[in-house]
Ligand binder design. Structure first.
Ligand code: PEP
Ligand code: MG
Length: 568
């Protein structure tokens, strides 16, 4: 069977089917309205207490970011609009507290479920979690407690709420398989942090397995082996041992520079979306931040973040990295990243539309606030500014003009900043890669954004499952654009990095090293492995193969060539 691997690693163990306690609520008229309101208030109090306990447990056992989920739950449970909605229903329709909670929660959930943005859509699950908790308390139903499991098991469920996942006893849970959910659901996020292999989106797994069945799951591939043979079990054991040995080996990479076998030094940096990700950069020994995606500061809010709020977040990361470079990208909203309160126009082709630098140059009020915050934070660390979605030189000049204006304002106000702050652009549109010799004269660095560069080069929407086979980082045209950008950057004396997912691709790292890439920025959890690859690759050995690779006809040929001659 197959699903979407959401947390890597392999596991072999006994199935435990986890089913939510059945909660059925019938429409019942209330005999005493005041009593229902009092029951509601009491249930909210108890729910908040439970959520608080989960917050503390998650903070201690998992981490701050993951614990934040329960702060959000607490806010949902205490949301005045939600509570008032429930109370009005009790009063107006003279119904019980549980019926009113169910009705109002369902209204909210259906709004969330119909939002196009995947991240916001998955918040429906958080709301379900909170309302189920309230209903369970109101109905006096006990829940299955995943914190007191007596035996190691692989949990199989239709779906798990973040609360289920957070209260799991990590030592007893070998893996998680769910019928619903996706990569960005909070359950997957927690599973990754706990390093528990997990697979989501497995159709009818509950109807297929029963309690006590032995299964093998592979969270990297998303595969489930039912009734494994002796041979499957042997293969599993060998792979598990290899994975453990390798994990151990990677720890030895800490504190070592990223220098290739033949002495080329590069930088391995982290992509982050939040100032709270700083910990994972430090834990994985990042040499800096190559991409701080600031849009999440805007998305996790119901209004624009102020200059002060942004300044604090940027300063926190810059100070935390003690002089190591931190590249902060200005707002890259639009495309697949919506900010509901900005009321951006609906477009036929959002990826080709009003987004990122295009929007910022139009809404200079928003842009200027961010530039001021960035400049102010630059007095506290090694901050560099990066503009996204640049497609022509004029945009670079206009953006730099805004930056100069922000500098002038701060100078007048006697506020400190780094006047020589480096400014770079993302190379994520083919027009820029092709013309990179000219763009290089205008800025201090390039960072190649392959996630978008691929989609615009091969005209394949990066999020469309139906054509995902056409979206390929090994496409020779994409590789040619990357090589061209690096060479042109170097000719003009600027450094060139990469912050798209391709920078952390094990098979591409040797090629990128040979092309001369100076900085590789990726998910923090991939950094030590990337350093391991760099250390075991000789740039001089790969360089002579580049012409041959770039002249291969297809992406499949490129990948096969790498498999046979480089990664082996
Ligand atoms: C990219 O396009 O490669 C990139 C790093 O930016 P994002 O994924 O945020 O679009
Ligand atoms: Mg991009």
């Amino acid at each position: 069977m197959k699903g979407i691997g959401t947390s890597s690693g392999i596991a072999l163990g006994k199935v435990l089917i986890y089913e939510e306690p059945k909660i059925t609520v019938e429409e019942n008229k209330a005999k005493d309205i005041d009593r229902e309101i009092a029951r509601l208030n009491k249930a909210i109090g108890r729910a908040v207490e439970e959520i608080q306990q989960l917050y503390v447990r998650t903070l201690e056992n998992v981490g701050e970011d993951e614990a934040e989920i329960f702060n959000a739950h607490k806010m949902m449970a205490e949301d005045p609009e939600f509570i008032e909605g429930v109370k009005s229903k009790i009063r107006d329709e003279k119904v019980t507290a549980e019926w009113a909670v169910k009705q109002v929660a369902e209204e909210y959930i259906s709004i969330f479920e119909n939002i196009e943005d995947e991240y916001l859509r998955e918040r429906a699950l958080d709301l379900k979690d909170v309302s189920q908790r309230l209903l369970r308390i109101l109905l006096g139903i006990e829940s299955m407690d995943l914190s007191i499991l007596k035996e190691e098991c692989i949990i199989v469920a239709e779906d798990l709420t973040p609360s289920d996942t957070a209260q799991m006893n990590k030592d007893m849970i070998l893996g998680i398989v769910t019928e619903l959910g996706g990569t960005t659901s909070h359950t997957s996020i927690i599973a990754r942090s706990l390093e528990i292999p997990a697979i989501a989106g497995v159709e009818d797994i509950i109807g297929t397995v029963k309690n006590g069945d032995i299964i093998i799951i592979d969270g990297s591939k998303g595969t489930i082996t039912l009734e494994p043979s002796k041979k499957d079990i042997e293969a599993y054991k060998t792979k598990k041992k290899e994975q453990e040995d390798f994990r151990f080996k990677l720890q030895e990479m800490r504190g070592k520079g990223s220098i290739s076998k033949d002495g080329t030094k590069v930088e391995i940096a982290a992509n982050i979306g939040n100032h709270r990700d700083l910990n994972s950069v430090i834990e994985n020994d990042g040499e800096g931040v190559g991409l701080f995606r600031t849009e999440f500061l805007y998305m996790d809010n119901n209004r624009l973040p102020t200059e002060e709020e942004q300044f604090k977040a940027y300063r926190f990361v810059a100070e935390g990295l003690e002089g190591k470079p931190v590249i902060i990208r200005t707002l890259d909203v639009g495309g697949d990243k919506d900010i509901p309160y900005m009321n951006l126009p609906k477009e036929m082709n959002p990826f080709l539309g009003y987004r990122a630098i295009r929007l910022c140059l139009d809404r200079t009020d928003i842009f200027k606030t961010q530039l001021r915050a960035l400049l102010r934070a630059s007095a506290f660390g090694n901050i560099k500014i990066m503009f996204p979605m640049i497609s022509n030189i004029e945009e670079v000049r206009l953006a730099k003009r805004q930056l100069e204006e922000a500098k002038e304002e701060l100078t007048k106000e006697n506020i400190e900043f780094n006047p020589n702050i480096e400014v770079g652009i993302m190379v994520e549109i083919p027009a820029v890669a092709i013309h990179s010799d000219i763009f290089a004269k205008e800025i201090d660095f390039f960072s190649i954004g392959t996630n978008d560069l691929i989609q615009y080069t091969v005209a394949v929407d990066r999020g469309n499952q139906h054509i995902s086979n056409l979206y390929n980082q090994y496409h020779p045209s994409v590789l040619k654009l990357i090589k061209m950008t690096i060479e042109n950057g170097h000719k003009e004396g600027i450094w060139v990095g990469m912050c798209g997912e391709a920078a952390g691709d094990e098979k591409l790292i040797p090629l990128l090293l040979a092309m001369g890439l100076d900085e590789f920025s990726m998910n923090p959890s991939s950094m030590l492995k990337a350093r391991y690859i760099i250390k075991n690759t000789s740039k001089e050995e790969i360089e002579p193969m580049l012409d041959k690779i770039l002249s291969l006809p297809t992406a499949e040929d490129v990948e096969r060539f790498i498999d046979e001659n480089i990664v082996k």
